[in-house]
Design a binder for this molecule. Structure first.
Ligand SMILES: [Cu+2]
Length: 116
């Protein structure tokens, strides 16, 4: 009786896990991204905003970004560490599109930035 109960519990645990994973996977293609590989790389998030300033010594850029729904972030102006080159001719006030990735499971850094 004890064994039956255990195997039943395991079955419930397994059936409960599988549909959840399936839902998360199925949700990915319906996510309307311009480039599919962004959605597949779950650690990356896309943002839009206005480039404000750069601190080349610190390797940081200041961006007034729009809300980033995939991260639950509201719109704000903030500094990001930059891991990559800035677009040629970028100047304050330019609209940009950028990709964020979490570094060491903590800080969100910009791994790509382009003129929008
Ligand atoms: Cu922010």
């Amino acid at each position: 009786m004890k064994t039956d109960y255990l195997s039943l519990t395991l079955m419930i645990a397994m059936t409960a896990t599988v549909p959840m994973a399936g839902t998360a996977y199925a949700a990915t293609p319906s996510h309307n991204h311009e480039e599919a590989q962004h959605a597949q790389a779950q650690t990356k998030h896309e943002g839009y905003g206005v480039f404000k300033a750069v601190n080349t010594e610190a390797g940081k850029v200041q961006i007034a970004h729009q809300p980033i729904d995939s991260l639950g972030w509201p719109a704000m102006t903030m500094w990001f560490a930059l891991r990559g080159p800035l677009p040629q001719g970028l100047k304050a006030g330019d609209a940009v599109r950028f990709e964020l990735a979490q570094e060491n499971g903590k800080q969100w850094v910009i791994v790509a930035i382009k003129l929008k």
